[in-house]
Write a protein that binds this ligand. Structure first.
Ligand code: SF4
Length: 322
């Protein structure tokens, strides 16, 4: 049976920011991916690679410069403000910093039901919905009367997840949702996200710099570097046979907890200047396999066996015949 149409389809999405002095920052360039229903696509890469900007463009919190974003076939970039407001019921968002995401003067209960007020859900439904949401995220109902500063970091992130679920969305954009939490709390919140996905049929766009978290949660992975996707494919393929030198460098940098295990190999160098569009591969200045050709022309995303794609000239001969 053919794969059903994806819930989210992003094509050739780009974002340029105009800077003072006339310079242009090319934050996201020509990014394409799709997310199937009930699945998790992880967008991974170092800080500043454009993954959070991409997530915010999907909610139109940042306006794209070019490209297409379709939710269930409907073009979001063409939606009016009123239509976008309605479509946001179908997309929840969870940010990295739960303290910053919550109003310190609002109780937990008021924060969770805030989307119900914005979307004019009848007040008669609020208390039942609040009770259900707090149960969903395993928070004691008494916490509804507390304020964010009275909660732990993990509890605050549960509040943010409950708020993201308030309108019964199909898609959750989760931007580094566990990176501000201790490791033991991270595991609890990741388990919660997996359970909620199974129970509610949620689809996740999971944005993270942490490949060990991505390995735990995702079905598919898209690796971003300097505003572009350089490799994407099923999680198993990306982790077992990474095709792009940047993905290999990220994987080599995953900390290994066991005593005596191989140590972290940090990726040397820095991201290229996003105000300069160079003709070659953006990773060339840091790539241990760079060749003269890499400086001259940028590789396309080559289609590899098993649904993997990689933007590296080294993969040109491995591409599938189309
Ligand atoms: Fe490295 Fe060249 Fe491949 Fe870019 S195209 S990742 S510089 S080998």
């Amino acid at each position: 049976m053919a794969d059903p149409a994806p819930l989210l389809q992003v094509e050739a999405l780009s974002k340029n920011f105009a800077l003072k002095g006339g310079a242009v920052l090319h934050a996201v360039q020509n990014v394409s991916f799709s997310l199937r229903r009930g699945r998790t696509l992880a967008l991974v890469g170092e800080s500043g690679c454009g993954k959070s900007t991409t997530g915010r463009m999907i909610l139109r919190l940042i306006e794209p410069s070019a490209g297409s974003i379709r939710l269930d076939g409907e073009e979001l970039t063409a939606a009016t403000a009123a239509r976008m407001q309605a479509l946001r019921r179908r997309i929840g968002i969870v940010f990295q910093d739960p303290m910053g995401a919550l109003n310190p003067r609002r109780t937990v209960g008021a924060s969770i039901i805030e989307p119900l007020l914005v979307h004019r859900i009848p007040a008669s439904e609020h208390s039942d919905r609040l009770a259900g949401l707090m149960k969903d995220v395993e928070l004691d109902p008494d916490f509804a009367r507390r304020y964010p500063h009275e909660l732990s970091g993990g509890q605050r992130q549960r509040v943010c997840i409950a708020r993201a679920l308030a309108l019964q969305p199909e898609l959750i954009v989760a931007d580094e949702p566990v990176s501000a939490l201790d490791a033991s709390i991270q595991a609890q919140v990741l388990d919660l996200l997996l359970r909620l996905q199974a129970e509610h049929g949620l689809s996740y766009l999971f944005i993270s710099h942490d490949l060990s978290v991505v390995r735990f949660l995702s079905d598919d992975v898209a690796v971003m570097y300097a505003g572009r996707i350089v490799e994407q494919g099923p999680k198993a393929a990306i982790f077992s046979q990474p095709a792009h030198p940047y993905t290999r460098a990220l994987l080599a940098a995953i900390p290994v907890p066991e005593a005596g295990a191989a140590r972290v190999q940090p990726l040397e160098g820095i991201l290229p200047d996003a105000t300069q569009l160079l003709p070659g591969c953006a990773f060339a200045s840091r790539c241990p396999s760079a060749m003269p050709r890499c400086q001259a022309s940028a590789p396309p995303l080559f289609e590899l066996p098993g649904g993997q794609r990689s933007a590296c000239w080294l993969n040109e001969s491995a591409q599938e015949a189309s």
